[in-house]
Design a protein around this ligand. Structure first.
Ligand SMILES: *[C@@H]1O[C@H](CO)[C@@H](O)[C@H](O)[C@H]1NC(C)=O
Ligand SMILES: *[C@@H]1O[C@H](CO)[C@@H](O)[C@H](O)[C@H]1NC(C)=O
Length: 493
């Protein structure tokens, strides 16, 4: 058959018309099924700037409501309307600077800790509007005494997008004047300090610290009973007696969640996400942006996901999407019908303590589910909070705890030399440098427009065995006592 020029042209024309219609229909459908989720999304122009000068954009955004530095604090007792806009009702300034405490005087330390818990002063409320909406985030940082790490964490927080809208709670188990000065110099968001009241610092020689009449770790049970040491009847499953310094972290962890959800006036009515960090974590500039997207897709589809995790321990994490969202989107982007979308993958899987314990966020609904399992958590013979939560997940929560996790992490661990590994390379500078270059190399994947669930893994591990260190019934009782009201007596409740 001869190829007729006019037939070719006609065919080309009709093909063009058909393609044109298809693309327009898809564009129409696309725009109506993917509304821009405006407010929390960085616009293209901003992203371009971001890739050039990460800090200036974020700083500029955050400075919108920011003023110049001041050391003003606001007394929570004077704060109106806990659920709505948090403001200083009396609009009065409270100048209350930290007076150095004699760090060798336990009584003075205990008094100062109780006073701070009682006052619930919020710093920087005069500079930043604190408005609790369902999308607000409360960040709780568990702090012991590693100031150098804490400074890196605070620096990374100060450079994060939208940080001025968050409430930062610093949960201490150690009081030092230097730490206090660091915390009180925070100028990028509202801050509250809380103190774990049973720390070894104030109870060094009596439970929960190490009582001289407590049984030594390695003594045999018969021998212990013979010498009648305090906890002779309660060694752990491996026959060892408690070590106070290892017990504190689990207590503090459980205390602080209870305290934030159920005690602190400011947050006990709060319904949004509570993000748990530790002093040796480090955040990416878009961690709040990413978290709010995670919450959105969780709320839309996966109500059964209890924990949103921003960190991973992957040595080589994957940023950017692993798959396109289908041919249509690809073609549209190819033909310039749509701006390429910045996608980012998340997975949904069973929560595994060793993989998903860093940068965990949960809301009140899930806290209430976990709190119902307090007996299981507090009596499980393991001194690790995360392993205990794993046990809760597999024995006390129907279907187990599920997690949604960012494939490209937004929270990192810089404290290589933790409680358990002393003496390794402890220089956080090198680690922070490494994280910064990794983030810079992946900057086109930061501030994703949208998240896509790449894998849903349904499997359930068997329940874990305890590692011991938590056989003492005094620890069980102290841990369970955190469910009762803890706050030092206060007239207005
Ligand atoms: C905060 O307010 C309470 C109740 O009004 C008051 O007892 C307390 O002394 C105040 N604290 C400060 C630091 O002003
Ligand atoms: C320790 O602090 C308390 C409370 O401030 C004070 O009454 C006491 O005199 C102090 N003791 C010493 C030895 O300084």
């Amino acid at each position: 058959m001869r190829i007729h020029p006019s037939r070719v042209i006609r065919a080309l024309l009709s093909a063009t018309v058909v393609l044109f219609i298809i693309f327009n229909v898809h564009l129409f459908v696309y725009q109506h099924t993917h509304p821009m989720d405006g407010a929390d999304t960085l616009q293209g122009g901003q992203r371009a700037t971001f890739s050039q000068e990460i800090r200036s954009v974020v700083k500029a955004q955050n400075a919108l409501t920011g003023d110049k530095l001041s050391n003003q604090r606001t007394n929570v007792s004077d704060i109106a309307n806990i659920k709505g806009m948090v403001t200083n009702k009396a609009n009065k300034k409270i100048e209350h600077t930290w007076e150095d405490i004699d760090e060798s005087n336990k009584t003075a330390i205990k008094l100062a800790m109780d006073r701070v818990n009682q006052e619930e002063l919020v710093y920087n409320l005069d500079k930043f509007k604190l408005q609790f909406t369902p999308n607000s985030v409360v960040i709780v940082v568990q702090v012991h005494d590693r100031i150098q790490y804490l400074k890196f964490l605070l620096r990374s927080l100060s450079e994060a997008y939208d940080i001025h809208k968050a409430l930062l709670i610093i949960s201490h188990d150690f009081l030092s004047n230097e730490l206090n000065r660091v915390v009180q110099s925070i100028d990028f968001c509202p801050v509250v300090q809380i103190y774990y009241p049973y720390s070894m610092q104030v109870f060094p020689d009596v439970f929960p610290g190490k009582d001289p009449k407590d049984c030594p770790r390695d003594i045999k049970k018969e021998k212990a009973r013979e010498i009648k040491c305090n906890n002779a009847d309660h060694p752990d499953k491996y026959g060892h007696y408690r070590e106070a310094k290892y017990a504190q972290t689990k207590h503090h962890w459980f205390w602080k969640i209870n305290y934030v959800f159920d005690e602190l006036s400011l947050t006990k009515g709060f319904d949004g996400l509570v993000l748990l960090l530790e002093e040796d974590h480090y955040v990416a500039p878009d961690f709040l942006h990413s978290l709010s997207h995670m919450k959105n897709i969780r709320d839309e589809s996966q109500k059964s996901v209890g924990i949103l995790t921003l960190g991973t321990y992957d040595k080589k994490p994957t940023y950017g999407p692993q798959s396109r969202q289908g041919l249509i989107v690809f073609l549209k982007e190819l033909f310039g019908y749509a701006k390429p979308e910045h996608l980012q993958d998340v997975d949904i899987t069973e929560w595994i303590s060793s993989k998903h314990n860093m940068g965990m966020a949960m809301d009140r609904n899930w806290w209430e589910i976990i709190r119902k399992c307090a007996q299981v958590f507090c009596k499980f013979d393991d001194y690790n909070w995360d392993w205990s939560l794993q046990y809760v997940s597999s024995t006390c929560i129907a279907g187990g705890l599920k997690v949604m996790l960012m494939k490209g992490p937004r929270v990192f661990h810089i404290g290589e030399c933790g409680v358990h590994h002393k003496g390794k390379n402890c220089d956080p500078h090198a680690k922070v440098q490494q994280i910064s270059s990794m983030l810079a190399a992946n900057r086109q994947h930061l501030f994703p427009d949208k998240l896509q669930v790449s894998h849903v893994i349904n499997k359930k591990s068997k329940s874990p065995k305890g590692n011991g260190g938590w056989g003492d019934i005094r620890d069980h009782e102290l841990c369970l006592s955190f469910l009762e009201h803890q706050k030092p007596t206060k007239t207005t409740r």
